[in-house]
Design a protein around this ligand. Structure first.
Ligand SMILES: [Zn+2]
Length: 230
């Protein structure tokens, strides 16, 4: 009866997320033989599987596990009001590793949930050009830890070593996007040997987006585009 109840709950969608949920689905398919890869004759081993499955489900619904799941807090970047957020340069977070500080910048290029997001090809091109530019920069190259796209495709993250403000890096970011805007020729690293998806590139759109960011956001940027909205 308990197993039936727990199975119903799982079937109704009140399952967890991520690896645990996938494992549970796989386990369920194995148990009931609903997936062809697990289809087999009923046998005495099913009794053992039934007993084990009780513990798998019971663990998920034990107060201890509940408590552990409830402790997961919303991460800082999800607390930013993405409805009010406009394109700009923002300090996303500062992390302290030993005596060092790492500043993560939010280079927001499109207005979230308002404007169309960038396509992967142009995001990929900006990533290749941006990383190449930053890692060759005469002043900042030693401080660049990472440059890469946001999963939502509305901007990029830049991680720099040191405690920095968004105002401080306006010249660097302007220089970076002017470089992309004016870039001509072969995109660096766009070759099968150097990249995992080298054909997914769109230099024309990357240049268009860089131009838009430089001209509409970076030139004459004001305080409201340098500090996250309240
Ligand atoms: Zn690539």
């Amino acid at each position: 009866m308990i197993i039936y109840y727990l199975q119903r709950r799982a079937a109704c969608g009140s399952v967890g997320t991520g690896r645990r949920a996938r494992l549970r689905i796989l386990w369920q398919q194995c148990r009931v033989g609903s997936s062809p890869i697990f289809r087999r004759r009923e046998g005495p081993q099913d009794f053992v599987i039934n007993v084990l499955s009780f513990f798998v489900y019971a663990e998920d619904y034990s107060p201890f596990v509940r408590q552990k799941e409830e402790k997961m807090e919303k991460i800082a970047s999800f607390t930013v009001d993405h409805i009010k957020l406009q394109p700009g340069i923002y300090v996303s977070r500062k992390d302290h590793i030993g005596t060092e500080t790492v500043t993560t910048f939010d280079l927001r290029m499109t207005s979230p949930n308002e404007e169309p997001v960038m396509n992967t090809a142009e995001v990929h091109t900006i990533e290749h050009l941006g990383a190449t530019f930053l890692r060759n920069h005469p002043v900042y190259k030693e401080r660049v830890l990472y440059f890469g796209p946001m999963g939502c495709r509305t901007g990029f993250y830049l991680l720099l070593s040191g405690d920095c403000s968004s105002e401080q890096i306006v010249p660097l970011i302007t220089e970076l996007f002017e470089f992309i805007r004016d870039f001509e020729g072969e995109v660096p690293g766009a070759a099968a040997k150097d990249c995992g998806n080298y054909l997914d590139m769109n230099l024309t759109m990357a240049k268009f987006l860089a131009k838009k960011y430089v001209e509409q956001v970076l030139y004459g940027i004001q305080e409201d585009r340098l500090v996250y909205p309240e």
